[in-house]
Design a protein around this ligand. Structure first.
Ligand code: HEM
Length: 235
């Protein structure tokens, strides 16, 4: 998309400053967003072992333990998808989206907005609106099961012309990473206390305390892991 815009403006996309700008923008927007979502998702699963166990059962039924999860499996893993959606609801990586500007004067919900106004959309609050979501602060992937979340407004990727162009890729990357971690490893919290879910500040909303966890290969997955990475001691 960025290439199309630059080509339309007759900007030489083969020049090195341009390529570097493109690489930086794709890297910045495409990496932290996905890795932070994976970290928030894993933190929630560590605090909700029942959800972790349910995801594991689904993975074992659909993928089994003889091979790694693949992209083609993702559509057959609805509960994993619910976990990702619930993670994006509670922990949207851009809580105020990117700043937008009204190109023309308009009126929204009784508020007159002149042209050229900077607009911030507080999706963090939207995603926790008690008028829309039952027990909004609770992590419950089940709220999306069977299409139950349909019609409820969630904008973790923004929307419209400036919405995230990497949404499909991001969801797949998070699904593959989170799913593989659950499929291949046993996970425990470092201590008895729950993982601290406090939010830090940054361009993309990080955990205030970076996630630390204990993990070791699942016995059932050791042949696969050994074949892939030569892991020797999996006990
Ligand atoms: C879970 C992963 C991701 C999340 C939660 C996410 C979220 C977002 C959000 C909220 C925006 C701002 C939208 C707005 O202000 O309306 C955005 C913009 C953007 N994202 Fe993502 N994103 C993710 C993954 C990716 C990936 C994988 C790529 C590319 C490889 C990407 C590329 C971009 C770009 C280029 C923009 C700027 C679009 C523009 O300004 O027109 N994102 N993303």
């Amino acid at each position: 998309m960025i290439f199309i815009i630059l080509n339309t403006l007759h900007i030489d996309t083969s020049s090195s400053p341009c390529q570097s700008l493109l690489q930086q923008s794709i890297l910045q927007t495409g990496t932290d967003t996905s890795s932070s979502t994976i970290e928030w998702g894993m933190a929630e699963l560590l605090n909700h072992p029942n959800a972790m166990a349910k995801a594991r059962v689904e993975l074992d039924e659909v993928v089994g333990t003889g091979r790694l999860l693949e992209e083609a499996d993702l559509p057959s893993l609805p509960y994993l998808q619910c976990i990702i959606t619930e993670t994006l609801r509670l922990h949207p990586i851009a809580p105020l989206l990117a700043p937008h500007e009204s190109s023309a004067a308009c009126s929204i919900a009784g508020y007159d907005i002149p042209a050229g106004t900077m607009l911030l959309v507080n999706i963090h609050t939207m995603h926790r609106d008690a008028r829309v979501w039952e027990e909004p602060a609770r992590f419950s992937p089940e709220r999306f099961e069977g299409g139950r979340g349909e019609g409820k407004w969630m904008l973790p990727f923004g929307m419209g012309r400036r919405g995230c162009p990497g949404e499909a890729l991001g969801v797949k990357m998070v699904g593959l990473a989170l799913g593989t971690l659950v499929q291949c490893f046993e996970w425990r919290r470092v201590g008895d206390e729950e993982v601290d879910m406090a939010e830090g500040s940054g361009l993309t909303m990080p955990m205030a305390v970076p996630l630390e966890a204990l993990y070791w290969p699942r016995a059932e997955m050791t042949p696969v892991l050994r074949a892939l990475f030569g892991i020797i001691n999996c006990s």
